[in-house]
Design a protein around this ligand. Sequence first.
Ligand code: PLP
Length: 393
Amino acid sequence: MIPSVLPTYNRADLTFVKGEGVWMTEADGRRFLDLGAGIAVNVLGHANPTLVSALTEQAQALWHVSNLYNIPQQQTLADALVAQSFADTVFFTNSGTEACELAVKMARKYWFDKGHPEKVDILGFEGSFHGRSSAGIAAAGGEKLTKGFGPLLPGFSHLTWGDIAAVNDAITDTTAAVIVEPVQGEGGIRPMEDDDLRELRHICEEAGVLLILDEVQCGVGRTGKLFAHEWAGITPDIMMVAKGIGGGFPLGAVLATQDAASGMTAGTHGSTYGGNPLACAVGNAVMNTVATPEFLSDVMRKSGLFRQKLEGLVASHPDVFEEVRGTGLMLGLKCKALNMDVVNAGYDAQVVTVPAADNVVRLLPPLNITDDEITQAVERLEQAAIQVAAQKD
Ligand SMILES: Cc1ncc(COP(=O)(O)O)c(C=O)c1O
């Protein structure tokens, strides 16, 4: 008989009942160190007092109001995102995949309104992940996501990751946009080289094609800049954000330039919940903490410390790990053993990590993890590695 919860996940047999900072307590009382953060969501850890009071104060005032009316918390958050980024305007969603839907619609509407209704095609890269909606799976294109769900939304094609030269050849008169994650998350923590991102921006500019960046996983301080593309010194036309911006409360956003957003006039798009007062109250509290030079430089300092310790771990377990990859606090352990064996041994050592493609174990801790917690995290990963090595023998 089918379970009452649709069985689309292979869940670990763990039930977390409480969280505090980087720690989660299992129903049996064991404390786990959380290096997953709900897959790059809880940027300020669990039960962060500032976020808890922002949410509870808003809950006591007004939970929900339709986008038919002014929402001051939404206005404040949009103003903050515009002030802190390339963007001139923001639309709020509840998730990353909804942000993908709007990014695709916005790019197509842009060209339609400019008198080029033929420009509908979107170029993406293999190994990408843009969510589970019809536009999201078509944009990513991988068989694992798309098989059985045809007919897929038309107009998407995919290039080899890192092959920027191929973009030029792939652009045609019907190309509307290129979509890319500056750091692939699900694809196995694969950062695009800064030079490649700059080259991609240049190609899009020359060809008159919009650049959509998916910063759902790598944005909101994760790489030590508020948004990952800042490292390359470029700006997109449209950007998808979610996960970290809500710190654990469902919230996403599409940021865009005035020009790219020019087709999105009244009545062309909407959302019942997107940008509701509760979500935006939390989003504002996240931005107030994360979007500061001190916080972001501390992410980089901790990244250096974490990385150095992980390099040591890889060097002492060459049979289990191959390399450390990633940037900021978006790190990955490329494994020689099966990545799922490492994740499972991590559960035994009471450390939570997340598997990704390319046999990688993702480490995406809350950005306010302390130095001491980084030390404890690596000790637990070491215990996991010892267990995996013993299983291999
Ligand atoms: C890069 C990227 N884009 C889009 C999504 C989809 O976001 P959501 O699960 O909130 O719909 C994800 C989720 O993992 C993601 O990592």
